[in-house]
Structures are given as structure tokens and as C-alpha cells.
Write a protein that binds this ligand. Structure first.
Ligand code: ADP
Ligand code: MG
Length: 342
């Protein structure tokens, strides 16, 4: 075969292989877009575990009519324009690939209205070259992305979809993770028309505790140690279970770096080491931890789905987390006694 440039849809489908693993990945990408657009209300509607429909609606800045086509093309982003931007990234997105990728493996409709635009417009990409059709629509300020029949044109992927229940459980988990990443944003999740989660905007500490309890369960928050430490421009805050309140499953382990949810090896290693021998065999700690540092100190462009990051000063970050957690765990008995006598 001679060398040739891939048709746009095929190129996007190849990219989708890395980013769109299952319906839950679509939810992650689209909700992150809503957060980047400054939305403080996001509604997630799912049908049939996401295999039939995923609809994400927000009240963010919206997309202007003449940018809808671009938004659906690959390598099109409003979030970075120079290498310097990339090295100081604060937005969750920057690759300009999600909408194009998702659109290449589903039937995607993008409807949006920015505040300054009188009418809403709607766009969808069709054909091999993903030519975009734009038409008038009705929508309040913000954006709705509707993704139907995910993987309908990539049967190999479609075959890998698990049961409706399993796929929805993955979606629910993504929504829980995001709910803990932005307390101030109201977030709702429906499945087959039925409300499943409703996280109201939580601004006061008491409301935040309520959301934490809603996500992690009242037992976690009842015993959790609260921590907040800062050192040399690094800040670690959040909640963790005392070693003797560890769980039989590693199902409550949430870490965030600059507001981005992560499953990072270095973080997990530092945490595991801090618990060390304090943990009974076959138990796992529970934690919700937020690391904040200068965005110039962390490279988020390591993994297409952005699950991992690279720290410029990995050793420093590791030791900081380790030390803060060891301190918190060592202080734990005293804390438990205080809360016990209260
Ligand atoms: P990225 O998030 O990496 O920029 P995407 O493909 O996810 O790439 O989105 C492309 C562009 O479309 C974004 O840069 C943004 O300008 C616009 N966009 C996507 N979703 C939304 C949304 N919900 N609200 C406003 N703009 C959006
Ligand atoms: Mg994005």
C-alpha cells in the first residue's frame, strides 16, 4: 500500500482508541469540558449504561456559532496556543481531541449558546471527512453534547461493552470523582430517566462534609483524619482513614493534582508507604487527597486520558506527601480520642 493521509474520521477513530475506552470515558471528557467552560451546573443523563445515550448539559460559556465546526475537529482547542501555555496549564483539557474522537465513534450532536448570542446552534459531523452540518436550535446559555450509539461504527469496541449495570457503575464512579474535585459545582446524574445522584453546590464546610459523606459514606467521614499542610509551595489537604479504619477493598481512594483526578503511581506509592506497617494485612486505606502545586512543576501531558502526571521534582513531592501523611497518622489516636469524647 502506498503511503497516504488517513481520512479524518479514521484518524479520529484511531485517536479515540486511546481516549474513549468506554462510556465512562466520554462522561469524563465531556464533564471536564463543562468545568473548563466555567459551568456551575452540570447534568448528566444516561440511557442503557451509556451504550444508547450520554447527554451532558451545562450552563458554561458556550461555543459561538462560527466555532462549532472547529470544536468538532481534531487538534482544535481554545485552551492552549503556545508551548508556554502547555507548561503552565490550569484547564483540564488541552489536547483538542475529545470531541473529534468521540464524534468519530458515535452519533454526536453539539448544541450551544454563548450569553452574547441570541440563538442557539447545533452541529454534527458526518461522513469520512467528518464534514460538519450546522443548524439553528433552541438552548439556554451553555452547551449540551449528546452522544448516541457509542461505537456503532467500531464493532470491535462495541463488543467490549459490559452489561448496562457495569458500564453505569463506571460512569457513577467518574461522577463521584468529579463531585469531589469541584465542591462548588452542582452535579446530577440520571439513568434511564431516573435520578441517581444529586450533588448540590457545596460552598460552606458543612455542605462540603455532606457531599463527602454522600460520596464516601458516613462511616468514612465519621472517622476520617482531616489534614492541610503546606511546605515549599506544595500543599496537601483532604481526608484519610486512620490505619485501624482501613477497608477490605481499595474502593475509596481519590487523589487530585491541581483539581485534576489522578491515579498516579508516585502519589499512591507515597501514600502506601506512609501507612506502611500500620495497616492490617489485606486491608486498604481510604483517602480523598488534594495536592496543589505550581502548574509549572508538573507535566500533565504524559497520558492521552491524563490519568498520570510527571512531577519535575518527583522526590520532593513524594517525600512531602509521605511526611505529611505519617504525621497525620501518628497524631491519629489523639484525634480519635478528642472526637470520641466530644
Ligand atoms: P480540549 O478540551 O482539549 O480543548 P475538546 O475536543 O474536548 O478539546 O474540545 C474542543 C474545544 O471545544 C474546547 O477547547 C472548547 O473551546 C470547546 N468546548 C468543548 N466543550 C465545551 C463546553 N461544554 N462548553 C464550552 N466550550 C466547549
Ligand atoms: Mg476536552
Amino acid at each position: 500500500m502506498p503511503i497516504q493521509i488517513l481520512p479524518a474520521r479514521l484518524a479520529n477513530q484511531i485517536a479515540a482508541g486511546e481516549v474513549v475506552e468506554r462510556p465512562a470515558s466520554v462522561v469524563k471528557e465531556l464533564v471536564e469540558n463543562s468545568l473548563d467552560a466555567g459551568a456551575d451546573r452540570i447534568e448528566v443523563d444516561i440511557e442503557r449504561g451509556g451504550a444508547k445515550l450520554l447527554r451532558i448539559r451545562d450552563n458554561g460559556t458556550g461555543i459561538a456559532k462560527d466555532e462549532l465546526t472547529l470544536a468538532l475537529s481534531r487538534h482544535a482547542t481554545s485552551k492552549v496556543s503556545t508551548l508556554e501555555d502547555l507548561e503552565q496549564i490550569l484547564s483540564l483539557g488541552f489536547r483538542g481531541e475529545a470531541l473529534a474522537s468521540i464524534g468519530s465513534v458515535s452519533r454526536l450532536v453539539l448544541t450551544s449558546r454563548p450569553a452574547e448570542q441570541a440563538e442557539a446552534w447545533q452541529a454534527m459531523a458526518e461522513g469520512r471527512d467528518m464534514a460538519v452540518k450546522v443548524q439553528p436550535a433552541s438552548h439556554p446559555q451553555g452547551t449540551t453534547v449528546e452522544v448516541s450509539d457509542l461505537f456503532f461504527n467500531t464493532p470491535a469496541r462495541r463488543k467490549f461493552l459490559r452489561t448496562e449495570k457495569t458500564e453505569f457503575a463506571h460512569i457513577d464512579e467518574v461522577v463521584r470523582r468529579i463531585a469531589l474535585s469541584r465542591f462548588e459545582v452542582s452535579l446530577s446524574l440520571k439513568h434511564n430517566g431516573k435520578p441517581v445522584r444529586q450533588y448540590r453546590a457545596a460552598k460552606l464546610p458543612s455542605q462540603q462534609d455532606k457531599r463527602l459523606a454522600a460520596v464516601c459514606g458516613p462511616a468514612f467521614i465519621g472517622s476520617a483524619l482531616r489534614l492541610d499542610s503546606e511546605h515549599h509551595g506544595l500543599r496537601l489537604w483532604g481526608w484519610l482513614s486512620p490505619a485501624d479504619a482501613a477497608r477490605s477493598q481499595a474502593d475509596l481512594q481519590y487523589t487530585y493534582v491541581n483539581g485534576r483526578m489522578m491515579r498516579d503511581k508516585l502519589l499512591n506509592h507515597a501514600i502506601r508507604q506512609a501507612y506502611g506497617e500500620r495497616l492490617a494485612p489485606d486491608t486498604s486505606p481510604a483517602f480523598v487527597l488534594y495536592l496543589e502545586l505550581d502548574p509549572g512543576q508538573v507535566d500533565v501531558n504524559v497520558h492521552p486520558a491524563k490519568h498520570e502526571v510527571r512531577f519535575h521534582q518527583a522526590r520532593l513531592v513524594h517525600d512531602f506527601i509521605y511526611q505529611v501523611l505519617v504525621q497525620a497518622l501518628e497524631d491519629a489516636p489523639a484525634m480519635a480520642a478528642v472526637s470520641g469524647s466530644a
